[in-house]
Design a protein around this ligand. Structure first.
Ligand code: HAM
Length: 430
């Protein structure tokens, strides 16, 4: 049957066991982040459009052409968030905690929306895991944040990732660098309309150009490091020293400028070759002026966001498989007891799913479904060694017993239901 409705282009559905894997990775993440004093924040998916124009930057690709922006019923311009940092800053200002005790450490999970051309690893609705650290001007912030990030990546089984680093300096660096880029491109008369606009409005955005001629010309273009002030340079050197000391693998990428305007000094990305063209698993950096420019106090900050879809596409992480018990009532009259047996098993069991055949289709159909689940165990996230069927027929009901079948060995035995907790303890251990 062809479905009448399809998911909106660039969005997708996730099903078990993939959702189980996501949830397990998120649980690992919460552990790692919470153990460093980060607390979860949840902000709305909708914000006033102006928030993004002022933070991410009017002339960035994100704001210029990728936002889902629409007037609400009263004509106010709203936007589905394309990223979460601006919303977090808005939220802490609104709650008044940007003037409270520092440092302030928050993390978030959530959907983001960008009207990009969908392709592998690039969606119009995607999920990010992010963290933001406020109130620390010194490089210790970079060290803590990146150590936390690598603790999480390590827990997901990544072994050979390194972080690409650069410093984009201060507003003065950006201005001088922009002028130098304009001079570098002054003889280029073959620029597309889009790149001409970038050159005039915000030359840093040329780094987002897909035009091979522009990319070639950027290869010998000036670099941000040529325009760093003394303090930014010292900050950058100290960041590198601290990262090396913490054993975090890093490499410099002097061409890294990032696609959002709010960054100052340190910027970073982690890429994976396995992802192909959309290779950035995550990106982040320091944004010491953003809080103030959104109407708050001067407050240094730094953060990152991981593209969760991309992360889980390449992470070696696999959560432990679960055991499964299928409780099969022979007919509808055994359903009530079957539900009770299921509860008895659940209360004794750990890491096991217990399912009752609510349709009470009888032993034959139930056993054939069990066989099918056993065959597909690996792809469904079940542990083959811990898959069982509990049969409840008229005999079992009369005698207060259950017939227990081990799907891995085919062994079957009947025993009193009162033995279930001990029996199940044994099954759990195996
Ligand atoms: P971003 O580099 O725009 O930074 O996005 C971070 C990550 O989100 C990317 O590295 C990528 O993995 C993922 N991502 C972005 N667009 C898509 C897409 N269309 N489909 C799938 N994944 C995508 C930010 O969003 C900043 N807010 C990060 C930050 C936090 N900086 C400081 N604090």
């Amino acid at each position: 049957m062809t479905p009448r409705y399809r998911a909106v282009k660039g969005t997708r559905d996730l099903f078990p066991p993939e959702t189980e894997r996501w949830a397990a990775a998120e649980a690992v993440c919460r552990d790692v982040f919470r153990s460093r004093g980060f607390g979860e924040i949840r902000t709305p998916s909708l914000e006033h459009t102006d928030l993004f124009a002022r933070s991410v930057g009017e002339t960035t690709d994100i704001v210029h052409k990728e936002m889902y922006t629409f007037p609400d019923r009263r004509g106010r311009s709203l936007t589905l968030r394309p990223e979460n940092t601006a919303g977090v800053v808005r939220a802490i200002l609104e709650k008044g905690i940007a003037t409270g005790p520092m440092p302030l450490r928050v993390y978030y999970f959530g959907q983001q929306f960008r009207y990009e051309r969908p392709q592998a690893g690039r969606y119009r609705e995607f999920r990010q895991i992010g963290a933001e650290l406020f109130g620390v001007p010194g490089p210790a912030a970079e060290a803590e944040l990146l150590e936390m990030l690598f603790a999480f990546l390590g827990a997901l089984g990544f072994v050979s990732l390194s972080v690409m680093l650069n410093s984009v300096g201060t507003a003065a660096t950006r201005a001088a660098f922009s002028d130098a880029l304009r001079r570098h491109f002054s003889g280029a008369n073959d620029l597309s309309e889009e790149d001409q606009r970038r050159l005039v409005e915000n030359p840093l955005r040329l780094f987002e150009s897909k035009d091979p001629a522009v990319r070639r010309r950027l290869e010998d273009a000036p670099r941000t490091r040529d325009f760093l002030d003394e303090e930014s340079r010292a900050h950058y050197d100290e960041v590198k020293r601290l990262l090396s000391g913490a054993g975090i693998p890093w490499e410099e990428n002097p061409g890294l400028v990032r696609g959002l305007d709010y960054y100052t000094r340190t910027v970073f990305e982690v890429v994976s070759r396995e992802l192909g063209a959309q290779d950035a698993i995550l990106g982040g950096g320091r944004y010491d002026n953003l809080v103030e420019s959104l109407g708050g106090p001067p407050l240094p900050a730094i953060g990152f966001a991981i593209g969760e879809d991309r992360l889980l596409q390449v992470a070696p992480f696999r959560p432990p498989d679960r055991g499964l018990v299928l409780v099969l009532p022979q007919g509808p009259e055994a359903l009530g007891e079957a539900l009770r047996v299921a509860e008895e098993i659940r209360s004794a069991a750990f890491g096991v799913s217990v399912e009752v055949d609510l349709l009470a289709r009888g032993f034959k159909k139930g056993l054939s479904r069990a066989g099918m689940l056993y065959e597909e165990a690996t792809s469904r996230g079940y542990d083959r060694e811990r898959m069982f069927v509990a049969l409840l027929g008229a005999d079992e009901l009369a005698a207060g017993t259950v017939t227990w079948k081990n799907l891995a060995t085919g062994e079957q035995e009947t025993f009193p239901r009162s033995d279930l907790p001990q029996r199940f303890g044994g099954a759990r251990a195996s």
